[in-house]
Design a protein around this ligand. Sequence first.
Ligand code: MV4
Length: 509
Amino acid sequence: MLGHPLESGRMFHKVLVANRGEIAVRIIRALREMGIVSVAVFSDADRASLHVRMADEAEHIGPAPSAESYLRSDRILDAAHKHVADAIHPGYGFLSEDASFAADCEQAGIRFIGPSSAAIRALGSKIDGRRIAVRAGAPVVPGTNAPAESYDHARIIAHEIGYPVLLKAVAGGGGKGMRRVNSEDQLEAAIRDARSEAERAFRSGEVYVEKVVENPRHIEVQILGDEHGNLIHLGERECSLQRRHQKVIEECPSPLVVQHPEMRAAMGEAALKIARAAGYTNAGTAEFLVDANRNFYFLEMNTRLQVEHPVTELATSLDLVHWQIRIAAGEPLTLRQEDIVWRGSAMECRLYAEDPDANFFPSPGLIDTLTEPSGPGVRLDSGVYEGWRVPIDYDPLLAKLTVWAVDRPTAIARMQRALSEYRVGGIRNNIAFFRDILDDPEFCGARLHTGFIAEFMERRTARSPSPELDIIVALAAEKHYRERRPAQPNNGAASASGWLIEGRARNLQ
Ligand code: MV4
């Protein structure tokens, strides 16, 4: 190991990955590249999972339900001690934004690869996040910086802000406990609903009031900070394509920022001000809403590595997980802001075991055949393999397909090509759904906003072609082709078209 480029007195020898699926695989890959031993943890449902196969060491941490395994900080810390790990990478979800877990790691002398527990705690409350942003001089949506104490209090505030307003849970996230209120007569019932939903989801019924930003874009900024006071941003990601608060396709750069390049530095500076005010270290993401006039407003800070980090990695040629590990080990960020350059266009599709034709119902089960895309500009972060059974117990994200190309239209064509190579047999998946979105004129025209997917679904149903008709057309084309070229010798080149047409007819069935 002598002379390893990352070798220093403080670099970790062994890291435990407190996660599963594609993100555990992603982190294990980074550890291997850095010469660090990896430890996987797994539940009963994940004994045969890819992350367990790929890690150097592995430890069983409990039954399938995440509350009894991946959320059990005590068992994860026991596993870290048993394997003598120096640090824990939490990935996303599970314990990644749990300030108490980060504190427990700090207490146990194990580095938590992420921000300090204090920063996670401060930014975990949406109101405290707003207060930090206001103090730092970053724009926030007009609203209150304290929970609404009573109906009368909320009524006065909403009147001042002006309808429509949004009630949001202080401890919130993911749209839970959020209620739009168009006029004062709806307010009382909305407060009751928002409170009880927030109480159930977050065990805190506190809500606050914000002005509604109509049909916003959701654009977020990636930041990196070290433990020596250096802080940089890696630009934005366009995340407006969401369905029920689940992102569907993400891009870097944002097409809006391509049209208005000054937005990148403006949003980047706002994100850095907030991070500085919060004493933020490691990787983080500042979420913004952007209105029709291109005003942007800070929403919240995500204090973890995000699912969609690959688009930033492809556009900047940086490895965020390497940097997370180096920063946690105390190394200085050797990148300066002026070193960061963005090139081309990156786009990510999240492949789910779900049925888009049945209201996106999860579709776990055996993957009986799997053909994966590759080739120029294609990156696949997958957590599955052929012959593996997708468990019902977790989020059904199978893989992320990310492409890079010189510009957005070329990236769209490349994503279409990669999706056309992808076959996942035995379970339902959303590959065809992506192909339809990438074909959509509104998407290709980059007219993106948070209501896009809902409107797209409407358009799609409205022009709903008869599947039977598609099959008839394809079969007629096949017949026509056969009759027109009757006596081709059966060499590879001549049969290719036949294969293609036969394949098309089959795909339509
Ligand atoms: C908003 C908003 C409009 N105005 N706040 C949804 C989840 C939560 N993190 C913030 N969300 C929103 N906050 C104001 N003042 C619209 C949304 C919103 C949304 C935001 C980002 C991505 C998708 C969304 C879908 C619906 C609503």
